[in-house]
Ligand binder design. Structure first.
Ligand code: NDP
Length: 329
């Protein structure tokens, strides 16, 4: 039987890399967007897989629509990546965030249970669920202390996955992924905002970069590596949750400095503090421990900070260069 994957949220950063990975592994890949007729699918296009995947309009918060999608595709593996994924926006749109993550995941679990689908389910949990990790790298046993509506929604979805796995025997697991970046990351996210604005400053099209608290510390990885971990999790005989992280801590100031240094600029001359982007309840320090993933999946992060920041700058310079010569987007 052909392996048939269904990626909810295929139009996002991870969806594009995961689709690329699965197409290359010989899967028949299906993916959803809330509206395929208007979604740009830039990531799928950039990964040269747009014409190799089957796209469906589907919304996980609409149970009937979800049932119809699952019946049409009959997947052997499901990757639940769809979400309002911005922590910052979740403070402004908490209900939309809760619905798109917690209610959506519950709908998916209920649909799999009622249809009695023999399917393996990966769920996108998040390191935000841990809150501050108190400088002790978080692993699968660390207690959740979610700060934002986003993190609270992810924690609810995470526990629902565990409940349905234990209660109904579903093959369902969660990857607790720490921040992971790529050129496909939306500019809403601070790393991409820093890279794009710094390159624009270098090229003379912008002059200032506005940022919030630069002292926050994160564990930044590389998205194409993180989607490999998602796939590996679904190849295990038994479903289990895994923390996926680099184990390396870097502050937002480190990230900003590295980006500007790569461009030959001193960040302090261009960055302004903007109190408007400071979150009501921030996570100050978070870093992960992926020892279990190394032991059981054979997975470990290869790219870490500062290489990630440097690579993002170089790729953005290439992208801008291609656009100015009319040879790409
Ligand atoms: P993206 O934001 O790039 O993609 C998520 C997709 O979800 C969007 O493309 C969108 O697709 C869909 N979506 C569904 N409902 C909503 C909604 N209400 N608002 C906005 N978008 C919605 O996320 P990533 O690819 O970066 O992440 C994949 C998953 O992993 C997400 O669940 C995210 O929360 C989680 N995660 C990501 C981390 C990271 O560092 N990137 C870290 C930890 C977890 P469409 O508009 O086509 O419907």
């Amino acid at each position: 039987m052909t392996d048939r994957a269904l990626i909810f949220g295929i139009g996002g950063q991870d969806g594009a890399y995961l689709a690329h990975l699965l197409v290359n592994k010989g899967y028949e890949v299906h993916g959803t967007s809330r509206d395929v007729d208007v979604a740009p699918f830039d990531g799928l296009r950039q990964m040269s897989v747009l014409d190799k995947v089957h796209l469906h309009s589907a919304n996980l918060t609409d149970y009937g629509n979800l049932i119809q999608t699952l019946r049409t595709v009959e997947p052997t593996e499901i990757y639940n990546l769809s979400a309002q994924s911005s922590v910052g926006l979740s403070f402004d749109q908490p209900i939309e965030t809760l619905n798109s993550i917690a209610s959506a995941t519950l709908n998916l679990l209920e649909a799999i249970r009622f249809l009695d689908l023999p399917v393996r389910l990966y769920n996108a949990s998040s390191s935000e669920m841990f809150g501050d990790t108190a400088k002790q790298p978080a692993d699968e046993t660390t207690t959740f202390q979610p700060h934002s509506p986003y993190a609270i929604a992810k924690a609810a979805a995470h526990w629902l996955i565990e409940s349905y796995r234990k209660g109904y025997g579903l093959y369902a697991c969660s990857g607790i992924l720490f921040n992971h970046e790529s050129p496909l990351r939306n500019e809403r996210f601070v790393t991409q905002k820093i890279v794009r604005t710094a390159v624009s400053i270098k090229l003379g099209t912008e002059t200032r970069l506005k940022l919030g608290d630069l002292s926050i510390v994160r564990d930044w990885g590389w998205s194409p590596e993180y989607v490999e971990a998602m796939w590996l999790m679904l190849q295990q005989a038994e479903p289990e949750d895994f923390v996926i992280a680099t184990g390396k801590a870097a502050s937002l100031e480190d990230f900003t400095r590295t980006v500007f240094e790569r461009l030959g600029l001193d960040w302090k001359a261009y960055v302004d503090f903007d109190p408007g982007v400071v979150r009501p309840y921030e996570v100050d320090y978070t870093v992960g421990n992926s020892r279990k993933a190394l032991q059981k999946l054979g997975w470990s992060a290869r790219l870490t900070m500062p290489e990630i920041a440097i690579r993002l700058v170089d790729m953005e310079l290439e992208r801008v260069g291609r656009r100015s010569t009319g040879t790409g987007n």
